[in-house]
Design a protein around this ligand. Sequence first.
Ligand code: B1M
Length: 233
Amino acid sequence: MSDEEEDIILAELSDDELVPQMHDDLYDGLKEEIEESVNILLERGWTPYDVLTKALVEGMRIVGIDFRDGILFVPEVLLAANAMKGGMNILKPLLVETGAPRLGNMVIGTVKGDIHDIGKNLVTMMMEGAGFEVRDLGINNAVENYIEAMEEGEIDILGMSALLTTTMPYMKVVIDTMVEKGMRDDYIVLVGGAPLNEEFGKAIGADAYCRDAAVAVETAKELIAKKHNRMSA
Ligand code: B1M
């Protein structure tokens, strides 16, 4: 860190200065600074969603570009992820806080071989905030974990996340197993993660591919409403 950077007083920056500073701090894995800045933006009246998307998610997008280009490596990206999680922990209760009626139950997890969980955690928060009850299975989930969790509770939606081109095909393993067990039609299956697209979602037999957490919420609401209409028809 340069001397100049050490002198920065975050609270004295305008919003237009603070947000790029947060992108830098995330890049540098500075968890405490990220937490302080998140609190500053909230105190200034920013919505938790705006802080999340404009400051944190955008910062992580920049990290992703330099990771791809070999400028950042795993240890640095882990620090960035840790800083991001610090910010997300402050936002979580605010995003989850809801007077919304219960809309349905979801099980979500990152697939086998994959340990990326920031996107999944974000989807979990937004779904909870929208009124869904979410059971988060964490990372690296074999098909058995998903099946067991669905069989254990009154689950409406299965959500799967994958961030690697090598792990995304595992989603099809889970869906095929659901078909084999005759349980596929009982659930709404939503998939997401940076390397996926709509075509892939269709090809593996998911109900929908969700580009981001907000789309996941909208899609879940829409498909749950359709399911209820079908059941009451
Ligand atoms: Co990884 N990594 N990583 N990584 N990592 C990517 C994914 C990569 C694209 C980076 C790059 O090269 N540009 C690349 C994948 C390349 C590919 O497959 N084509 C990659 C690689 C190669 C790897 C390793 C193999 C690196 C190595 O070891 N050499 C390794 C693999 C480990 C493993 O999983 N087995 C690895 C490791 C890691 C870290 C551990 C260092 C860390 C993860 C920390 C953590 O998650 N706790 C990490 C990170 C942070 C990233 C990047 C930089 C950021 C991912 C992220 O958190 N994004 C990522 C680059 C990128 O994605 N551009 C990269 C922010 C998050 C909010 O977005 O996860 O996309 P995202 O989630 C979004 C949507 O996708 C969607 O909604 C979310 C919110 O809007 N969504 C869903 C996600 N899941 C959903 C589920 C749903 C619905 C929507 O269900 C209904």
